[in-house]
Each structure stands twice: as C-alpha cells, then as structure tokens.
Write a protein that binds this ligand. Structure first.
Ligand code: ATP
Length: 306
C-alpha cells in the first residue's frame, strides 16, 4: 500500500461558490506548488462524494487533507473522517481553502477567504482540535450525521431548503431565503430535553451551535466555544412574523439570544421530539433529514490548520 504520510490530498468541490471552485482550481494548484505542498487531488462528482473521497484518501494513508469548497464540502469531509477506522479522528489534519457561498465555519477562526492567505495559514502548520456534534435520529434507519459548525431545525432548516435553490445570489441568498420563508413557515410543537429540563410548546427554531456563525454571518447562539465540550443551544419559541422582522438586525449582531422568547443553554447533549409536524433538520447548512433526534458532543475530535 502507498504510504502518503507527508503528502496532501486535496478535495475540490467544483460546484462550490456557484461553480467558482472549478475556475479557481488551476490558480490554487499553482499556489500550492509554489508553497511546496506535495499534493494529489480529486474533484467531487456528486453530492456527498467528499465522504467517499476522504475514506479513500485515509485508506491511502494521507493524513493531511485540504478542503477546497464551502461549508457543505467541509461538512462532508468531517463526516468522512468521523466514519472511518484508519486513524484516530484527531490525528487527521484538515486545511481549508474557503470557496463557498457562506463560508461560515472559517469566520470563527478568522481563516481568510483570500486563497493565498488561506494557503499560508495551512503552511504555518498550527493545529487546533475542536469538538464535533453527532446527531442520531430516534426513528428510522439513518446513520449518525456529524457536524462541525451548527445544526438546527424549524425555521432554520426551512431557510436552508430555500437557500439551496438561490445560492447563485451569493451571500445575500441567506437573508432573502429567510424573508421568503417568513411567508410560508409555521411554528411547530416540540419538546426539547436539555440539562434535565423539558422545554415544550410552539417553537420557531432550535439551534445547536459549536462555532459562532451560520446562515452567511448570522450569530444565533449565545457564546459558542468549539473547545469547551459543550453546545450552545438556542430555543426560539413562538415568535410571530412581525417579531422576526423586527429582530433581523439582532440575528447578525448576536443579540437575538437576549430576546425574551429565546432560551439559551450550555449542554453536551439534548433530545428533540416533535408533535404533529416534522420540520427539516440541517447540519452545517446541509439538509439532512426529518424526525425526532438526539445530539451529543464528541470532544476534541477534529483537527485543522488554523
Ligand atoms: N460534483 C457535484 N455536483 C453537485 N453537487 C455537488 C458536487 N460535489 C459536491 N456537491 C454538493 O455541493 C453542495 C454545496 O457545496 P459547498 O457547501 O461546499 O458550496 P457552497 O454551497 O457554495 O458553500 P457554503 O455552504 O459555504 O454556502 C454540497 O451539498 C455537496 O454535497
């Protein structure tokens, strides 16, 4: 078997950032060579292909992976890392060259969206190891889904389903997606079990955060720390359309968590049970499924250059 410990495997999602990754790849490759990275690479050919490419890279003993794409590509690489048995997950090192629409995860760590600066960050070789979230659906046969940034359900998942069709608009797609969703989304009934407390009733959305930003720069959880072994959870209760519109600036400046109908928690696990309707569940901006679920933290599971 090929031993590739000092080589880098680059996973390129050509569709990221409205297909800009494909156009930028020759320049990225040139810069990687300039900074003396010894790379092999593969383009993703279909949705979630990064999971399989990650498995393949690890099978070939590449422990250094570079993600060229957005939050969705990184999410899939994380799911590839968490579902393999070749190496302990924290001993696999990921570098990110952000070419997405939202690029939310990198904002927390101030990894630049400028290609050469992002490559320099990887070259510096400074490794951080953060916590990962694991979602298990209680009903159905879904295998666990892992997330690195933020998972959510309700209005949040509904917006993600709308945004998927409008990413050609760029970062503003998230805000427009939220406004469009206002007219069709209905609050749902849920019971959230968190820190031995049951929070029941009409709910707008439930957010489970590890890092600070989502939805193209929104700050929806109170004070997330990806290294403290805890999620920052926000439960937005029965907000009406007027209250949502009034609070739009607070979605971006982080003050939404201070609103009277938003409850916040720090916890390492929680359970969400729905009554009647089953809203979409999203993880790192990717729609994953519907249904009752449990979430727990896996401490210090993901290592990256930052
Ligand atoms: N070859 C492909 N064809 C179609 N979809 C793909 C392909 N490769 C990957 N994907 C899917 O593309 C989706 C979006 O990728 P990604 O999130 O990286 O870009 P983005 O949406 O522009 O960025 P962001 O999530 O930061 O806004 C992912 O769900 C991934 O599964």
């Amino acid at each position: 078997m090929k031993l590739a410990l000092k080589k880098w495997f680059v996973i390129v999602n050509p569709t990221s950032g409205n297909n800009t990754a494909k156009k930028l790849w020759p320049e990225i490759k040139r810069l990687l060579t300039h900074y003396e990275f010894d790379v092999d690479y593969a383009f993703t050919e279909y949705e979630r292909h990064s999971i399989k490419l990650t498995h393949k890279a690890l099978e070939l003993h590449y422990k250094n992976i570079i993600c060229v794409g957005g939050d969705g590509t990184l999410h899939n690489i994380v799911n590839g890392i968490m579902t393999q048995n070749y190496f302990p997950t924290s001993e696999i090192y990921v570098g990110v060259i952000p070419i997405g629409t939202g690029n939310d995860w990198v904002r927390t760590f101030k990894i630049s969206s400028h290609i050469e600066s992002a490559i320099k960050t990887i070259k510096k070789g400074h490794v951080l190891t953060q916590d990962i979230g694991m979602i298990n659906f209680i009903t159905g046969t879904n295998s666990p889904e892992y997330f690195i940034n933020l998972a959510g359900t309700g209005f949040d998942g509904f917006v993600v389903s709308k945004v998927a069709k409008m990413k050609y608009l760029g970062k503003v797609a998230y805000l427009i997606g939220a406004l469009v969703s206002l007219f069709s989304f209905k609050n749902f009934n849920s019971k959230v079990t968190v820190n031995n407390e049951n929070v029941s009733g009409k709910t707008l959305m439930i957010l489970i955060g590890l890092c600070k930003y989502s939805g193209g720069g929104m700050q929806l959880t109170d004070n997330p720390n990806p290294f403290d072994g805890k999620f920052d959870v926000s439960i937005a209760q029965n907000l009406n359309k007027f209250e949502i519109i009034k609070n739009i600036p607070k979605l971006f400046n982080g003050k939404i968590t201070h609103y009277k109908k938003v409850k916040t928690y720090k916890t390492s696990r929680l359970k969400v049970v729905f009554k009647n309707t089953l809203p979409f569940v999203q993880a790192d901006g990717e729609l994953i499924s519907e249904g009752n679920f449990e979430v727990k933290i896996i401490e210090k599971a993901f290592s990256f250059y930052g």
